[in-house]
Design a protein around this ligand. Structure first.
Ligand code: RAM
Length: 302
């Protein structure tokens, strides 16, 4: 399992799910790895060494949809089954991409939460992960097209910045947004690292109640910020289930399961069968919303 970067609680939770799957499948050993910062170069080096180690499968959340394709192809030529999850590889670089949910739903949910937090109108900014991240860029594109629809026409996107899924850089970017845009009303951070940093910035700049943060976060990392008032609500899918299902998908490819192909399905243990569409993509459940009423309960899980 190659993740965007180490030290990210989201991927630690995915790793927990991968280990659960390995425990059930018995003949699976998980090597959990990733670069220290989310770069394609770092992942290329890691994939190269996994090819030398002759692993059977690589389950990767990619820092760039295209830059990793040549190395992923090299792995597949050597018989290694490459499955991307969370942040996808371009179609030619993998056998399957496991999306947490549908991009449309994820994007709309975040705009809806932002709109609800600020009474439907005002300036908003996006604080994303790294600039090449496949998943965040897809969601941002959908958010931008949704902003043109009547439902969200009173939200004005004034800036999109990148904190690289690093706490310190994300924090600095959030402070920059707050100072550059005095009329800013909401920051949408479609990243679990960014949403924590943006919430802290809102508290430190004394703008709780004036600027609201929302986006995708882990209940365990966000409970305090819901209480501080920096965040009214945020969303996420279950990252444990995502790592679990991705591991099961890779297993079916390694074992040559006849349905493990575009247009087929894979068996995801306790999650049942998951369909793979014609482009080799599969999607899991809808993102779930967290607020003051339920955040503490889920904070114990992920
Ligand atoms: C961060 C990563 C990950 C993304 C979540 C929501 O942890 O960028 O790829 O899916 O946020």
């Amino acid at each position: 399992m190659v993740v965007k970067s180490l030290g990210n609680g989201f991927f630690d939770a995915a790793h927990t799910g991968a280990k659960e799957a390995a425990g059930q499948l018995k003949d699976v050993e998980i090597i959990y790895t990733g670069p220290t910062t989310p770069s394609a170069e770092g992942q290329i080096e890691i994939v190269n060494s996994l090819i030398s180690q002759k692993v059977h499968a690589i389950v990767i959340s990619a820092n760039d949809p295209n830059a990793l394709v040549p190395i992923a192809k090299k792995a597949m030529q050597r018989g290694i089954k490459v499955v991307s999850f969370d942040s996808g590889l371009a179609q030619e670089g993998r056998l399957m991409q496991l999306n947490p949910s549908n991009a449309e739903l994820i994007a709309r949910k975040q705009l809806q939460m932002a709109a609800d937090s600020i009474g439907g109108a005002g300036e908003i900014a996006i604080l994303s992960a790294s600039a090449q991240a496949t998943n965040q860029n897809i969601w941002i594109d959908v958010m931008k097209s949704q902003l043109a629809t009547p439902e969200f026409s009173k939200l004005k996107l004034v800036a999109t910045t990148y904190g690289d899924d690093q706490s310190d850089k994300s924090y600095r970017e959030a402070i920059g947004l707050l100072r550059s845009y005095p009329n800013l009303k909401a920051i949408i951070a479609p990243t679990t690292v960014g949403i924590v940093a943006a919430s802290k910035a809102v508290v430190d700049e004394n703008v709780v109640g004036k600027v609201f943060v929302t986006g995708l976060g882990l209940p365990s990392e966000m409970a305090g910020h819901v209480k501080s008032g920096a965040v009214k609500e945020f969303a996420i899918w279950n990252p444990i289930d995502l790592g679990y299902a991705a591991t099961y998908a890779a297993y079916d490819f390694v074992k040559g399961a006849p349905d493990a192909k575009a247009g087929g399905k894979f068996a995801a243990g306790r999650m049942g069968n998951i369909a793979i569409d014609g482009k080799g993509e599969a999607a899991m459940a809808e993102p779930f919303t967290y607020n003051r009423d339920n955040v503490d309960k889920f904070a114990k899980i992920f």
